[in-house]
Design a protein around this ligand. Sequence first.
Ligand code: DX5
Ligand code: ZN
Length: 226
Amino acid sequence: MRQNILAPSILAADCAVLGEQIKAIENGGAKYVHIDVMDGVFVPSLSFGIPVVSSVRRITGLTLDVHLMIIHPLKYIRSFVEAGADSITFHYESEDDPDELIRVIRETGCKVGMSVRPDTRIEEIYQYLDKIDMLLIMTVQPGFGGQKYIRESTMRIAQASNYISSHKLDCDIEVDGGITEETVRIVLEVGANVIVAGSAIFKGDAESNCRKYMEILNSTQKGEVL
Ligand code: DX5
Ligand code: ZN
């Protein structure tokens, strides 16, 4: 049974008090911290890099879920691992070879994640699902927080989830972008189990927002007798 996990994205956090914000999500029941890395090339914006991962590592035992929205991820894998990443997700559409990325991340002992943009055909990545630990299905165009969930994503999550179950694979499905109290129920229902949320958590009180989402995640845990 795949466990439902909340992964707050610190892109929406107040970095002036990042330590406090991370304590708040720990207290609220989150298990992952989602760290978005952007290079201004793969996506138009810039965000965090290796020093931020090291700083966050020093203050928390939560799983550091690093999402690389960069054109050449291969070059930086080892640096992110040394900085303390537990899980590294690269984009299928980056310029590096997915098989090579999977091999290099696997060698470090980190969890291997692969992400797809909303406009990439989901069938293209089926061939990798037995080699990775997590598939990240972008539910907005990568690059910015606070966007609206793309409705067509629901079918893509369902398709990947059916493939994973019918082939009995051990692969989490993470979703990222536009998650709200309404869309979280939809994505959980069709098979997502790792839920990234930025604005939904860090706008207002992060601890109580986490508790609210954790309640939804726990009550929709698949395979549990309710
Ligand atoms: C977008 C990032 C997301 C972002 C989500 O490219 O990958 O992780 O922080 O933000 P919300 O939850 O506000 O849509
Ligand atoms: Zn992300």
